[in-house]
Design a protein around this ligand. Structure first.
Ligand code: HAM
Length: 410
């Protein structure tokens, strides 16, 4: 609704400014994609692919409303041969995503992401930039009380090892897990680690997993990332149970949580996906990104960012047929001069139209009736002071310009 949009726009404007500071460029991908893209990238056993995709069936093809942006950006990168022409790219995007979930506070079926994707680097310096960019955004949006949680899932081989360790460790505890996790044990054992149910938490927190599954190279990568974040004085906590719900993640994963949000406490999340470009048909390239959920951001920032923009509206009231005709031109001239104005389209009486002007918070009211037309003037009423005077038609723009801040970019 309009009262929320000023806050929403503020979030977007701040984000665009920060992205530009970090040299990211905007990419816009379609909201509809072939289903195969997400089956292949997010993983067939993930919750999104299993249960949450809005499917659009054509005669032969099956499409979905995109549940997230990363896979689409990678598809666009490959299709446009950017690996050959550009190499490393730094993209950001803002837009709607769709997931067929049970709606609740902070969980919607259409929601919006503000995200970034960088394709073309294996360097831990990229992980540091991405996490520090996420933190910079949080600060600029005026959000406090957030927590950045980090983990390293390792490369493909390490992830296999982690899955093996987990399967082994949970083998005799399956019946203590919730029904969903009993299924996950077969299809997606990693997700058991971040199940929120008490019964599963009790089992999981007793597992000693640490980072024993990480190969030397992934360990070095992780150390370099932590050192970089420490150098930048970024506050984070390590959590070996953070696995994230999408299969494409490798190495660094992170999540940003906010205490104010309750059950759906993640306001943003991201990580590396070093195999995804290759898996979707491109060359082998390191990549990383994150996405914030705008509606969840709104839940934590709305009070702080809803700045009251000064209302410089001029409200025009025309009385009679001739005035209506002249008024049409006047409205057009004022708008072309960059003055924000509106008029009555409901045939209200003078009293009713004045009330409407006041409801809209208009700064000035202009009244044009038969009398004014004859004299070549317009009655100008200052709504704050209640003062009223006649202004010559030819002086009107200058008079308004000196009092009203111009709304347009002129
Ligand atoms: P994700 O964790 O699925 O990651 O979504 C990112 C954020 O979107 C969440 O932290 C949450 O704030 C918001 N979100 C997710 N689902 C909903 C929902 N149903 N209603 C409202 N908000 C929601 C991704 O989508 C990855 N693509 C992020 C990424 C980019 N990883 C690498 N690059």
């Amino acid at each position: 609704m309009p009262q929320d949009i000023s806050c929403w726009q503020k979030i977007e404007t701040i984000s665009r400014n920060i992205f530009s500071l970090y040299n990211y460029q905007e990419i816009r991908t379609p909201v509809i994609e072939n289903i195969a893209l997400f089956d292949r990238s997010l993983g067939e056993s993930t919750e999104i692919v299993q249960k949450q995709m809005f499917v659009v069936k054509n005669k032969e093809d099956i499409y979905v409303l995109r549940p997230e942006g990363t896979a689409s950006v990678v598809r666009a990168y490959i299709e446009n041969h950017l690996d050959k022409t550009k190499g490393l790219v730094k993209f950001y995007y803002l837009g709607p995503m769709f997931r067929l979930e049970r709606p609740q506070k902070g969980r919607l079926r259409q929601f919006h992401h503000i995200g970034v994707e960088v394709i073309g680097s294996d360097s831990p310096a990229l992980d540091i930039e991405i996490i520090s960019l996420a933190e910079r955004l949080l600060k600029e949006w005026g959000i406090c009380d957030y927590q950045i949680i980090i983990n390293n899932l390792g490369c493909t081989e390490d992830k296999k090892e982690l899955i093996r360790i987990l399967k082994q460790a949970l083998k005799n505890k399956i019946n203590r897990l919730c029904a969903d996790c009993q299924q996950r044990y077969k299809r997606n054992v990693l997700r058991i680690l971040d199940c929120k149910k008490n019964s599963c938490q009790e089992v999981v927190t007793k597992l000693d997993i640490r980072q024993s599954y990480l190969c030397q190279s992934c360990q070095q990568h992780f150390t370099a990332v932590k050192v970089g974040l420490d150098t930048l004085k970024i506050n984070y906590s390590l959590n070996p149970y953070l696995v994230r719900g999408l299969d494409y993640y490798t190495r660094t994963v992170f999540e940003i949580r906010h205490a104010k949000l309750g059950a759906q406490d993640a306001i943003g999340a991201g990580g590396r996906y070093d195999n995804l470009v290759r898996e979707l048909g491109g060359p082998s390239m390191g990549a990383m990104g994150f996405a914030f959920g705008v509606e969840r951001l709104m839940l934590v920032v709305s009070c702080q960012l809803s700045v009251v923009t000064p209302n410089n509206l001029v409200y025009l009231i025309f009385l009679g047929d001739n005035a209506n005709k002249e008024g049409l031109k006047l409205l057009d001239i004022l708008r072309k001069s960059g003055i924000s104005c509106d008029t009555d389209y409901e045939n209200k009486s003078l009293k009713g139209a004045m009330r409407k002007a006041s409801d809209l918070g208009a700064k000035f009211v202009l009244i044009l009736g038969e009398d004014e037309l004859k004299k070549g003037v317009v009655t100008l009423r200052d709504m704050d002071s209640g003062e009223q005077k006649e202004v010559k038609a030819e002086d009107l723009i200058t008079e308004l310009m000196t009092n009203v801040k111009i709304q347009s970019t002129k």
